[in-house]
Design a protein around this ligand. Structure first.
Ligand SMILES: Nc1ncnc2c1ncn2[C@@H]1O[C@H](COP(=O)(O)OP(=O)(O)OP(=O)(O)O)[C@@H](O)[C@H]1O
Ligand SMILES: [Mg+2]
Length: 266
């Protein structure tokens, strides 16, 4: 269980990105943080991994405790795989080498000098196989398509043998068909391994399709929390304000089609 207790983030420029927020993420479920641009999705997600410093409240991890302590944060990070929108792959390295960087949290600096064990390489190849890229294992990451690169990002998170996956807009840079394939793969792996997933998305249709639970954010506050079946028109308006994305209800305003922040056109 991952719990935010009155977690609040004000950035150094004075932006209040997350107002005191309490949220318990249940293990083994696929939770989607949904909201328009600037709602605070990345801020909340990153605070779950100590990548954003809270200015109030705390994040607690079952079995570890409050992760504001650096030793506890290290323990938590070791069991938490992070997937980013921009992959953060090293382009000149091959897929296998990129995936192996996911093991670095397990190594002391000294061990890293001696390289990875055979068992770790096997683990990495298994992760690469699971995301369907075994034939590409020795190709340079920068030769791969965007969808393939994100699958490498997922394999890199899996090689940590995580309990939890935190994914910040993992498909925001991909076309809709590839987005659906990548999310479907991530969802399937989390389900079959019983992983806890917290995934931020701005696309309503993907949230509806994959989430067990949707946490809707607007202007740094949780404005909806429930299963996709409860995400009705009122809930959608609370999340998106009066700019409602395509697919949420019959479109009456032409301007909706041109709202890139909502990802309708991407
Ligand atoms: N490092 C930062 N310094 C100052 N303000 C920031 C910083 N990062 C985010 N913000 C602000 O905090 C608010 C929430 O941003 P956040 O990135 O969490 O939103 P988001 O829901 O992830 O948006 P997007 O869909 O565009 O990724 C926004 O007003 C944003 O401008
Ligand atoms: Mg974001």
């Amino acid at each position: 269980m991952l719990t935010a207790v009155a977690a609040e983030v004000t950035y150094s420029n004075g932006t209040l990105a997350l107002t005191a927020t309490s949220l318990a993420i249940e293990p083994g479920r696929f939770t989607v943080l949904l909201g328009p641009s600037g709602a605070g999705k990345s801020t909340l997600l990153r605070s779950f991994n100590g990548l954003v410093q809270l200015t109030g409240g705390r994040i607690e991890v079952a079995g570890i405790g409050d992760i504001s302590d650096s030793k506890r944060l290290r323990m938590h990070r070791r069991q938490t795989g992070m997937v980013f929108q921009q992959h953060h792959l090293i382009g000149r390295l091959n897929v296998l080498a990129n995936v192996l960087t996911g093991r670095l949290a397990y190594h002391s600096q000294l061990r890293t000098l001696f390289g990875f064990s055979r068992a770790e390489k096997e683990l990495a190849l298994r992760a690469i196989d699971r995301v369907g890229l075994l034939n590409e294992a020795l190709r340079r990451a920068d030769e791969l398509s965007g969808g393939q690169q994100q699958r490498v990002g997922i394999a890199r998170a899996l090689v940590q043998s995580p309990k939890t996956i935190l994914a910040d807009e993992p498909v925001a840079s991909l076309d809709p068909a590839t987005s659906e394939q990548v999310l479907s793969m991530l969802h399937g792996i989390c389900r079959s391994d019983g992983l806890t997933a917290v995934v931020s998305l701005h696309q309503l249709e993907f949230a509806r399709k994959f989430a067990d639970r949707i946490v809707g954010l607007h202007a740094g506050k949780i404005v909806f929390d429930g299963p996709p079946s409860q995400l009705d028109e009122n809930a959608v308006s609370a999340i998106y304000g009066n700019i409602v994305p395509a697919g949420a209800r019959p479109i009456k305003r032409a301007s909706i089609q041109n709202t890139p922040a909502l990802g309708v056109a991407s």
